[in-house]
Design a binder for this molecule. Sequence first.
Ligand code: C2E
Ligand code: CA
Ligand code: CA
Length: 550
Amino acid sequence: MSSQQLDRTVAVPDEVLLSVLLDHTSDLLLVVAPPGEVVYASPSLLAQLADGDALVGRTALHLVHPTQRELAREVHYRCLQTGQPETVDLQLLLRTPSVELAYEPGRWFQVTMHPRPGLGLVVTGHDISARIAHAKELEHLAFHDRLTGLANRVRLERELDRPVRGRRAIMVLDLDGFARINERVGETGGDAVLRSTAWRLRRMIPAGGLCAYLGGDEFALLLTGIRSPAQAEVLAEQVVGALAEPVRVGDDVLTVTASAGLAIDVGDALHGDELLRRADSAMHLAKQQGRGRTVVFDSAAAARAAARAEVARRLAAAADEDELVLHYQPLLALASGRVHGAEALLRWDSSTGMVPPDEFIPVAEEAGLVHELGRWALRRACADLVALPGLTVSVNVSARQLHHDSFARSVEQALSSSGIAPERLVIELTESAVVEDPAAAQAVLGRLRRLGVGIALDDFGTGYSSLSYLLHLPVDTLKVDRSFVADIVTDRRTQLLVHGITTLAHDLGMSVTVEGVETEEQLEAIRQTGCDAVQGYLIGRPVPLAALSS
Ligand code: C2E
Ligand code: CA
Ligand code: CA
């Protein structure tokens, strides 16, 4: 600065300088008079208040986060008593000036209280949120390193973001049953298992790779310089094998297996995130498939899973959008030669055409939608019975549905809301639904039986066919699977078999229906077995309600 300029700047009054300073500092300044009332607040502070200028005249404490008011009060009194300034980190209830309306309780400030006799306290505050956040990040990094000595997820992700040279693969590993291990050997023992896993992984990984601990009981290996997918697969198998070797933890010797997912970038320069996501989804598949194994990510399988998820998504909306329909297939009583009932078969009239149940019921089961579909089918079938005087209607129920708590109740509701006689409703179950949990099945079937609802065992002869448990189940009708019909004309033994089943069923008080009758010859052969009813294209295909009742 030249002396000429100096000459010109002498006479600026202190108040002007101060007000310019206060207007332009981002630091906070306030003056607090005893016992704690704000008498002055700087413009920078007013700008960060959630409620404008309502600060002067109020207690300064309401700026402080409730969890720290006690601390603030303590420092305040100490300053007044000792006459010495003090500095403390506090979270203040201020919003970020640059962000409109954002109100973040919890911005950290370094607050200094300067006692001034006769005035009270002059308080200054400096925003240290960024510093605190940084310190937290460092703490996080340090924590994981301390447990396993491995890189953590942040480090792995940084590594994955780097430009790729050559092929690489990621293996994600998850220890099987780690919660149980923790229960058995305690948390310290669990930590020892994690450390021993880390140690084994580090020994297995080839130079240039990275071992990371992802938290919980998950680890990841980044393998670089992969020459072929087979090489990565062999290495993955070796890693899983090495982890399954027994570990000594204190006096315990444990065998801890891991499930692994492997994703290989075979030169399509996949983004690191995508590679990690693929390895993760393959690992979940490995868990499902029985643990202690490696699953290699397979794009085709993933595409199938995505397609199933898409069907599930559309199916979830189908019931709401009136896309479900029941078709009815007639059941013919042989003695009278009359149609005595009909089987309700679910159809999905989707935007892409009519979808058969074999395609969407498994998806519905997997996605947990089958209960809703089942309730819908029961309600619809009972309501439709009004248009089918004198007939019974059979509704199919899958194993999942049967074993759901609300199943018996949804049957009761369907009956009561339609007002039809329970005897006109038949529930069709497959053997597998019963075999899965016979005791539970028996309880549900007993409840249906007491209601008066009929019970049919579907697809009989394809599954377990253990007649012994039939003795204990309240079944009214056996439905002999259509695979018997296919060769009943040409193979006499099949005819004898159906005859035998029929005789036994009759002895047990059950009736027999044979499914899938397509020709007159088949009908004739079936008639000779002594069974009670038939169903099949020869008698009638499944049709909409209107077509059946006309
Ligand atoms: P299912 O209970 O064994 O039903 C009989 C299946 O055989 C029906 O196929 C029917 O159209 C077909 N069928 C009938 N007669 C003949 C014939 O003469 N020849 C041949 N080749 N086939 C015949 P659909 O309607 O595709 O149903 C397939 C399966 O889907 C059913 O097998 C049943 O297990 C299941 N399903 C149908 N509706 C429902 C439902 O509302 N809920 C549940 N959980 N499952 C259902
Ligand atoms: Ca059926
Ligand atoms: Ca069947």
